[in-house]
Design a protein around this ligand. Sequence first.
Ligand code: GTP
Ligand code: MG
Length: 319
Amino acid sequence: MALFRKSSGDKSEKPGVLARLNERLASTRHALGQNVGQLLGRKRALDAVLLEELETALITADLGLDTASAVMSEITRRISRKELSDSDAVYGALRGILYDIVKPCERPWPTGPKPQVILAVGINGAGKTTTIGKMAARFVTEGHSVLLAAGDTFRAAAIEQLGEWARRTGVGLISQPRGADAAAVAHDALAAAKARGSDILLIDSAGRLHTQAGLMDELGKIKRVLGRVDPTAPHETLLVLDASIGQNAIAQLEHFHKVVGITGLCLTKLDGTAKGGVVFALAKRFALPIYFVGVGESAEDLRPFEARGFVDAVLPAEA
Ligand SMILES: Nc1nc2c(ncn2[C@@H]2O[C@H](COP(=O)(O)OP(=O)(O)OP(=O)(O)O)[C@@H](O)[C@H]2O)c(=O)[nH]1
Ligand SMILES: [Mg+2]
């Protein structure tokens, strides 16, 4: 019985790109695929000890308690129905179950009205500014006209950092001096995007923690001010999450969602972490679109999230 869709070589991405993704996700593959593969790859009997070890391996790989136990319930159910007879079959089933969890998060970037207004939010250092820069590069390559807004008015360096991406990608930047009202920058930027006929406006914001009530309120203000210029804006409010924080990502998403209503995720730093299993935890809990993943610091290191490619990279078909 085919318990999972077999990994295929017919994906839209070129083999070189997939090989690079595999290489970048090596740490998570080590934490998840290698450990699970070692457990299941030896034709072991399907007893309680093995299942307990498997659950522990999933939790250790940052899937989180809830997701790991949901996955194990499904495996146990299939074993009791005699659908899985050996540990190899469990490995295959696991790949299928994990694919089913992340598949709903694979969504094409939505085409929005013009200008499509995108606000990026998240905690300090999550990768907001870099992700905006990479997205700008991507959208420009696709032929869109892009405008950037330096909504992080907290640090002078943040405005310069975004300015550097604007220069590199050849797009316009709307900014005000450090200390200006971030909502005013967003307002001016949207007015400019409309006047210039830009396709896409990407708005950066200062990093903040959910405990910083004033800064969290500021995000609400940015949204309200944008809404005054265009009642449908912002069209996307993206939470940029550093995957290396593991399970903390769940709480961060909950906090930000409560204040600004998150419409999609960008997961960064998947290259430098063994905690990529958190992608499954986020998918299971929220099933929000994961529009992009970051696997490095340069412009080409931003990829649309692709469920099959991700599962193949962290839990290879061959155990
Ligand atoms: N390895 C790796 N580094 C990344 C990735 N995305 C961002 N970074 C790095 O993470 C650091 C922080 O990125 P920023 O884009 O400045 O993060 P930020 O959320 O804008 O930070 P604040 O503005 O301080 O809140 C930088 O050194 C980036 O180059 C990624 O996908 N992989
Ligand atoms: Mg920043």
